[in-house]
Structure formats: structure tokens, C-alpha cells
Ligand binder design. Sequence first.
Ligand SMILES: Nc1ncnc2c1ncn2[C@@H]1O[C@H](COP(=O)(O)OP(=O)(O)OP(=O)(O)O)[C@@H](O)[C@H]1O
Ligand SMILES: [Mg+2]
Length: 338
Amino acid sequence: MIQVEHISKEFVSPKKYPGLKGAIKGLFSNEKVRKTAVDDISFHISEGEIVGYIGSNGAGKSTTIKMMTGILTPTSGQCLINGIDPSKNRMENAQNIGVVFGQRTQLWWDLPLSESFTILKEIYNVSDEDYKDRMDFLNEVLDLPEFFDRPVRTLSLGQRMRADLGAALIHNPKVLYLDEPTIGLDIVVKDKIRDAIRQINEQYRTTVILTTHDIGDIEELCSRIIIIDEGKKIYDGGLAELKDTYGTSRRVTMEVRQPELFRKIDWEEKLHADESSIETELDDEKNLFSVSFDKNRIQVSDIISSVMQISDVRDIQIQETELSEIVKAIYRHALKGR
Ligand SMILES: Nc1ncnc2c1ncn2[C@@H]1O[C@H](COP(=O)(O)OP(=O)(O)OP(=O)(O)O)[C@@H](O)[C@H]1O
Ligand SMILES: [Mg+2]
């Protein structure tokens, strides 16, 4: 459905100098600053996939989406969306896609929502019959009737986002681009939006590309993620594989009967671990002893049996690395070169 081949985008803007003098100097200067926002990115996405497109602020996500939707033309490379090059055939491409930018609405601010929908129906040439089917579905998954007759400017953020999502789907597009669709929403509305995305994808096999800073969106919706950093693709694969590859740290916490016995033990020696690969913590008051370790280097069973040699264990809890921790490490470049 989507083929992105070696696309890059370079922005050239006039060089800015500080202060008022600088502003005047800038007017007469021809100096330019070049910024490569997207740097040779390729990927393919099949029909019906939901792909999370993530990266830190300024990584180049929105720029990629804008090239895929035809708003920007790539400096080099090409994308084909359902066989169409969006930068060359914008109108034709528009029939196939729906777009929601969470940061700003695409609806007519002063018109009642219902009229925005009527206009979009005309723009996209949706037949009365299709429109009715579509609205029945959208009303059900997004609860639009609640505020359908109100001007868009009077809607709350959560209502507006539901309205925007509905508006992007009137013409039953094959591909749906969502740029931060849950930004600023409370947990209940977030859930509603995620549910709606899931249902649209299941019922119509709509392909969804989602950029977000909300790890919950990713965990609940995406089986595949693409991570970009400084304009370059650094990861493309399953969520489970990402956790497997980068999320190898574990933490086992045990409730022990005699915590005082744990004070003097050299755990590195006892577990034959090298210095940086384990970390221990003792909470005397709650009788908790915990060990953080790398599951590729140390077996959890070895830790538990060593602990049980010292004291009775009443309870055991094992925690995986949270996805948010893995993503944070990737954004901090902490995993570069691995
Ligand atoms: N029209 C433009 N002119 C010049 N530079 C731009 C333009 N649009 C984006 N950029 C720059 O390109 C880089 C990538 O921006 P982009 O908006 O794609 O990031 P993003 O990944 O969407 O970030 P965020 O998570 O903050 O939304 C940034 O450094 C940004 O300042
Ligand atoms: Mg963005």
C-alpha cells in the first residue's frame, strides 16, 4: 500500500543573526542554513497494518508524513501511496487518504460540525448512500451526535479530535495518517480514540500510520514501529522484537524473612557477575531485597536460589523493562552502536 524509497527533505532557510542589528543584517545577507530534516528513509507498509512512527521532537516525523500526504515535495527519493506519487498527483492521492494533525483542526472553525461534514461529502464526492453508512459507523465509534450541531470553535479538545478523526474518514480512505491524535486528551477520550482507530482498521482494513509521543498509543495499537532519529531510520520492526533486543534488563524483587542477613553479601561474587551487570537494593522496613540484572547474562533462577540459601522467601515479583524506558534510551542515543 505504501512504498517509501530513499526520501530526503532538506530545508533551506535564510541565516538569522541575533538582535535588531542582526535582523537588519539578515535582510541584506544571502547566507543560507541547510537542515536535513529527513535523511534517506525507506520503508514499505502493507494494507491493513497499523504502524507507529516515532522519534524525539524534531526527528523528522511530521516532515515525513507531509511528504507522504503530498503537502511537501521530497528533495530526493519517492513515495508511492497505493501506486500514486502524492507530490505529482495530489488530488488523486487525496481521495485515498485521510489525515489528522492533532495540533490543529482541519475543520471550519465557525461552521457547525454538521456543515463541515456536508462540505467534505461534496468535496470527496461521496454518494448519499455511502455517506449514510459511513455516518452510522462514525456516530457509533466516535459519539458525534452529542455535538454535531455545534460550531467547531465551541467544542472541547476531546470533542474536536473526535470530530477531526470522523472528518478524515468520510470518504473511507485506504490510508489514514494520524499525527499525534491523542495529544492533550484525558485517559477516557484517549481510550475512545484508540478504540475507534482499532475498529476502523479491523472493519475496513484501513492502513494507519501514527506518530505519537504517547507510549500507550503504541502499545495498544501498533504491532510494528519505525523509529527515526535526526532524520534517519534507526529501527523498523515488531514491538516484541524491540523489547527482546533492547529490553534485556529485569528486576526481581523478593520479600525475605531476614533482611539483615543480606547486608554483608558480595552479590557480584556470589552470582559470578561482572561489576556493571547487577545492582542490588535492600529495604529493611518492608523486608524487600531486589536485584536488577541483564537477563542475557544472569539467570533469574540463579538469583532466586542464591537468595533462598540465605533466607526464606515469601513472595517474588519479576519486572520487565518498560517500553517507555527502552524508547527513552533510544532517544537519548544511549543505545547507539549496539
Ligand atoms: N518548513 C520548515 N522550514 C525549516 N525547517 C523545518 C521546516 N519544517 C520542519 N523543519 C525542521 O525539520 C526538523 C524536523 O521537523 P519535524 O516537524 O518533522 O519533526 P517531528 O519529528 O515531527 O517533531 P515533533 O515531535 O516535535 O513534532 C526540525 O528540526 C524542524 O525545525
Ligand atoms: Mg511533529
